[in-house]
Design a protein around this ligand. Structure first.
Ligand code: ASP
Length: 310
């Protein structure tokens, strides 16, 4: 008789969860990505009885995330998801670009098993380190029967890959899911679910086949946004522009004129989202730029990058 998959693979990529401060208690002057994932797991007694395998995919401050690391990470996640003995995957990550990586992994792989990203706002040797509890919670979600898709597990909440966003620069409870709210919570190993797991058609790993990705840049609308940045990008070479508009994605008239030229004359793909933290960009009459819905500007950039890679 075949046994049920039970193994959890934890892929380490660095971040504050793996960071250390010279002075314990310094919550901002620390260095991210200092401790290897195997050691981080070995330091957590609550994980001792769990069948866990670790693998270091990267060791970076996630502000430095790159297409090359995304590609390597997606390949390793896909590899382990394909193993019969693996129940789920946890990815340790920095908080800064977590929403981008989560979105990318969901769009590319749309996993039928759980892939739980987790992170920390305080370094490993902080007075109040949130990393160990977040990791334990993420493992719990990755082991949960029926869980699937890419989620982020932070401060006891389970956020879906399409909605997760960093909303606070400092607080331990720094993440939200916008209007949708979290999928659920994990409390002392017990999951309470309010919504369904993320689902979509998988684009497939081949969408990341190129060595050099399309050049996709984000610009913002603001007072006196004169569109000069768009002209500079056209001169520099650009394949796609994500514009973070004001309110419902509205744009300064000069920036809009420059983007119309970029889209109409130079054939640059433009995707419109909002610089406001939550809420969708709703269609209006005579829209000339496609709306990215409720995606954050950072996630909209990933979406456009993937579309241009097809
Ligand atoms: N700069 C860190 C990173 O994203 C922040 C964190 O992990 O909280 O890797």
């Amino acid at each position: 008789m075949q046994s049920l998959p039970s193994k959890i693979v934890i892929l380490g990529t660095g971040g504050t969860l793996a960071g250390t401060a010279t002075e314990p208690g310094d919550n901002v002057g620390y260095r991210a990505a200092q401790i290897g994932i195997a050691e981080i797991v070995a330091r957590i007694p609550a994980l001792a009885g769990v069948p866990i395998e670790t693998e270091q995919v990267a060791q970076i401050d996630s502000k430095d995330m790159s297409y090359a690391i995304w590609r390597a990470l997606a390949k390793r996640v896909a590899f382990h998801l394909g193993r019969d003995d693996v129940a789920g995957i946890v990815v340790t990550h920095g908080t800064d670009t977590l929403e981008e990586s989560a979105y990318l992994l969901q769009r590319v792989l749309a996993p039928g098993k759980p892939v739980a990203l987790t992170a920390a706002m305080r370094p490993a040797n902080a007075l109040q380190s949130d990393g160990p509890q977040n990791l334990v919670d993420a493992v719990c979600v990755a082991r949960y029967a029926g869980a699937k898709g890419v989620v982020a597990v932070l401060a006891g909440r389970i956020h879906g890959a399409f909605e997760v966003r960093k909303l606070h620069t400092y607080r331990i409870d720094a993440f939200g899911s916008g209007d949708a709210g979290p999928i659920g919570v994990v409390q002392e190993g017990v999951l309470t679910l309010w919504r369904t797991w993320p689902e979509c058609a998988a684009l497939g790993l081949h969408v990341l086949a190129r060595d050099t990705p399309p050049r996709v840049v984000t610009v913002m609308s603001h007072a006196d946004a004169d569109g000069g940045i768009v002209d500079a990008l056209l001169a520099h070479g650009v394949d796609g522009i994500v514009v973070a508009g004001t309110g419902n994605g509205s744009l300064h008239h000069a920036l809009e004129a420059a983007l119309r030229r970029a889209q109409g004359e130079a054939g640059v793909a433009v995707l419109r989202c909002s610089r406001v933290a939550c809420g969708p960009v709703l269609p209006t009459a005579n829209d000339v730029f496609e709306s990215a819905g409720s995606l954050t500007p950072a996630q909209a950039r990933v979406e456009l990058l993937l579309r241009l890679s097809l």
